[in-house]
Write a protein that binds this ligand. Structure first.
Ligand code: N01
Length: 480
């Protein structure tokens, strides 16, 4: 059987490793960029780090005792993925600078066409294309007229000087908060344009000492135990709480965030500007130990007046004030409903994914789409993107996908995809559960789909592990 994996980020590299371990040698990973790392290659903004502890944001089979910090910086994470890809011999099977343009299921196989003109064929396609990938460019009047450097956070322009300059950031998501902490000490004037305040949980990020790293290296069993405890703790205090808005975990989290705001922000006027009017973790929770100190520095300003337009010299707010800037960063998030798109994907009998997903993207258990046989998504629509480590998710999903592929290898059929009835049942149950989650408690966030229903796994971590342990083949249409 021949496999094509799309994307050489965390999940694509993992796919290569797991395919080889399962005994498959005929596979190629296609990557439109020029190196591995996905989001960790694309994002290079100042202050970038992962807010999942690095010891659990690692492949289970490749623990890293050398993480510099509890929450490692982005460049270190990218280097880790590259190192793993090299160590496991994945690099020679990646074709870089090859962007898939079209996938068509014809004659029982996937026909793959690339922007470069290259063509390929595969029995199975694994899409590891990521979620937070296509920057959302805000529709603000005059954006193109800005005379200084202006770029979205995922396309940081390192040729634009920021030290000693006047820098503005639009947005208050995880990204903007990290950029604020990193840039305030470097710039002359920092303006943060806030449309909605965020709850912020405190987070310390100590560097590991050499002695601690030596300890991790010397005691593999103890190291593993620590990672397992971190995982268990994360699931108990967070993952299983977010899916029940009434849970004790969510009440505790809210108390922690409120206490953080009260104790960290001295000026009562600023404190009120920073106080959200929705529940903690309704939007994706932000963790930071240095944002509140940064925004209180004399060279930092939290701008809460709405943006009227962008002018050549800066941002004009509705109160008539012009905030003069040298650099403007758009930390305005991503288009999260794209997944495989903008690829054109044609399934069985020419069914077009664009039509199937015209209202919103959907997939059975976030992996398989009816009538798109032998096409599997990692971190696809409605998956647990907000609640667990994406690495754990992708690994469990691969374990599941490889069991579906086993049906093909064993000759029990040639085409497998979720049945339409299983998809409909899953969507109905999903929607019902989604309404009980913290994400549905009355805020606006990227978790909500076009109907305003949270599009994130609304069940417990336990349920996810059970679902991923063994596919229910009755939910699948296996033919040929
Ligand atoms: O984007 P966001 P992000 N005018 O969508 C504002 C992951 N991540 O890139 O809240 C003015 O969260 C918008 O305002 P509002 C993580 O999963 C992880 O920061 O809609 N403002 C909001 O404040 C995260 O959730 C890490 O009112 C406008 C902001 O832009 C996800 O990436 C680090 C606007 C967008 O926030 C996305 O985070 C960083 C407009 N026209 C990110 N349009 C880790 O540590 C939008 N906004 C792992």
């Amino acid at each position: 059987m021949r496999f094509v994996v799309i994307g050489a980020g965390m999940a694509g590299v993992l796919s290569g490793i797991r395919l080889r371990q399962a005994g498959y040698e005929d596979w190629t990973i296609y990557e439109k960029g020029d190196s591995v790392g996905g989001t960790w290659r694309e994002n290079t903004y100042p202050g970038l780090s992962c807010d999942v502890p690095s010891h659990i944001y690692s492949y289970a089979f490749e623990p890293n005792p050398d993480w510099s910090h509890r929450f490692a910086p982005g460049a270190e994470i990218r280097a880790y993925f590259e190192g793993v890809a090299r160590k496991y011999g994945v690099l020679p099977q990646i074709r870089f600078k090859e962007e898939v343009e079209r996938l068509e299921f014809r004659g029982g196989r996937w026909q793959i066409a690339f922007k470069s003109g290259r063509r390929d064929e595969a029995d199975v396609v694994i899409a590891a294309t990521g979620v937070l990938h296509h920057p959302m460019i805000p529709d603000i009047e005059g954006l193109e007229s800005f005379a200084g450097a202006c770029f979205p956070r995922a396309r940081w322009d390192h040729s634009a000087a920021v030290d000693g300059k006047r820098v503005g950031v639009i947005g208050t998501g995880s990204t903007a908060i990290q950029i604020t902490s990193a840039l305030v000490p470097r710039v002359r004037k920092f303006s943060l344009f806030q449309r909605t305040p965020q709850w912020i949980a405190p987070q310390e990020n100590a560097a590991f000492t050499e002695a601690e790293k030596a300890g991790f290296r010397g005691d593999r069993a103890g190291f593993r135990k620590m990672a397992d405890e971190l995982t268990r703790n994360f699931h108990e205090t967070f993952s299983n709480g977010v899916v029940d808005a009434k849970s004790e975990q969510m009440k505790n989290l809210e108390a922690i965030c409120r206490a953080n705001l009260e104790s960290s922000v001295a000026d009562p006027v600023l404190r009120e500007k920073l106080r959200p009017n929705y529940r903690a973790a309704c939007k994706r929770l932000i963790m930071s130990g240095d944002f509140y100190p940064a925004i209180q520095q004399p060279n930092a300003e939290l701008v809460t007046d709405a943006i009227e337009r962008i002018e050549p010299r800066g941002v004009r707010t509705k109160d008539g004030r012009l905030h003069e800037l040298d650099v403007l960063v758009l930390a305005t998030g991503f288009r999260v409903d794209q997944f495989l798109r903008p690829m054109r994907v044609l399934g069985r009998d020419g069914v077009d994914l664009e039509d199937v997903w015209k209202h919103r993207p959907d997939a059975y258990l976030s992996i398989s789409i009816p009538n798109f046989p032998n096409l599997f998504m990692l971190n696809g629509p409605n998956g647990p993107v907000g609640n667990f480590s994406l690495i754990t998710i992708a690994d469990m999903q691969l374990h599941y996908v490889l069991q579906l592929v086993e049906e093909l290898r064993a000759g029990r059929g040639r085409e497998i995809s979720a049945s339409e009835s299983a998809m409909a049942r899953f969507s109905e149950e999903f929607d019902r559960a989604a309404r009980n989650t913290i994400w549905a408690t009355g805020c606006k966030s990227w978790y909500l789909d076009s109907r305003g229903v949270p599009a994130v796994w609304p069940f417990t971590y336990q349920r996810f592990t059970e679902e991923m342990a063994k596919p229910d083949l009755a939910a699948y249409d296996l033919r040929g």
